[in-house]
Design a protein around this ligand. Structure first.
Ligand SMILES: Nc1ncnc2c1ncn2[C@@H]1O[C@H](COP(=O)(O)OP(=O)(O)OP(=O)(O)O)[C@@H](O)[C@H]1O
Ligand SMILES: [Mg+2]
Length: 284
């Protein structure tokens, strides 16, 4: 695994233990018509954290991420990334973040290399540095051997790795991953989480993720917030949330159920199933 070039300042600040606030929201709110999807969300994330936004289907997680990544206007409240306002300084904010959306977004009719080249151009990576950047991210994600294969022939795990590779080409300070491991087998999931952890440890990249795999969130996240119907029901260190239940051997699943009802017992949910079907269709 090679190191990505640059980002030395981030690594140094991680090592020195300085705690820069990288993301802050105050009263972040989004309505769709009269329905509130995100309701007065106030959170703070420090540089180098892995922040897990958890919650049942429809809780408002993706909507929150879309506002934080400047893709959706806020109905009320404010949010900043590294001090830049997502509404009024959207261009600066976009330069600082990477985003992997919930639905698969890589183009199946292109090769992995071609998908990455599009992102290199999108991120304004100078022509004479593009090849090196592509090689570095392919290397980092372990995709070198598949670089010139059509993405429609990739496995789900390889596509997710490619999408993460796309999203880190410009070395973002904060990476938003909306359900990066949905539909992946346990081995592919664990590989994706290892790479995420590596990004954080090697480069100090802050990670903001959503997932329905609570055991994995427990292992990976430095802070979690559980959302329910647009509001934060509870937030904190996973260990503190488990301890507060006063229940021997409590898991994050127990915390989730405590604050959201018995949503976990439904097993495979409709949106996961629909997504898996869409993915299968796209990949032929
Ligand atoms: N473009 C839209 N128009 C109208 N309603 C929307 C739109 N996008 C999301 N919603 C609604 O907002 C609410 C929150 O949706 P969101 O996708 O943010 O949930 P989520 O927590 O990401 O769920 P999941 O775990 O299923 O991905 C839902 O009630 C959803 O139907
Ligand atoms: Mg979602």
């Amino acid at each position: 695994m090679t190191r990505l070039t640059g980002n030395i300042d981030l690594t140094e600040s991680l090592v020195s233990g300085s705690k820069e606030v990288i993301l802050e929201t105050q009263g972040l709110t989004r309505y769709f018509g009269k329905a509130v999807a995100v309701d007065n969300l106030s959170i703070t994330v420090e540089q180098g954290e892995v922040f897990g936004l958890l919650g049942p289907n429809g809780a408002g997680k993706s909507t929150a991420i879309k506002m934080l990544t400047t893709l959706l206007p806020l109905s009320a409240g404010r949010a900043t990334i590294a001090g830049y306002d997502v509404t009024h300084q959207a261009a600066e904010v976009r330069r600082l973040l990477g985003y992997v959306p919930q639905a698969l977004s890589a183009d199946g009719s292109l090769t992995g290399y071609e998908n990455l080249l599009i992102f290199a151009k999108l991120y304004d990576i100078p022509r004479n540095r593009r090849e090196r950047s592509i090689r570095e991210v392919l290397d980092f994600m372990g995709l070198q051997a598949a670089a010139h294969r059509l993405v429609r022939n990739y496995s789900g795990g390889m596509i997710r790795k490619l999408e993460i590779a796309q999203s880190i080409m410009h070395q973002p300070k904060i990476l938003f991953l909306d359900e990066p491991t949905v539909g992946l087998d346990p081995i592919a999931r664990s590989q994706v989480w290892q790479l995420v952890q590596q990004l954080r440890l090697d480069y100090g990249t802050t990670i903001f993720l959503t997932t329905h795999f609570l055991e994995e969130a427990d292992n990976l996240c430095t802070q979690v917030a559980i959302m329910q119907q647009g509001k934060i029901a509870i937030a904190g260190l996973p260990s503190d949330l488990k301890a507060a239940l006063n229940q021997p051997n409590a898991t994050l699943d127990d915390v989730f159920i405590h604050y959201t009802g018995d949503q976990l017992t439904s097993g495979v949910n409709y949106s996961d199933t629909a997504r898996t079907r869409r993915t299968a269709k796209r990949l032929g």
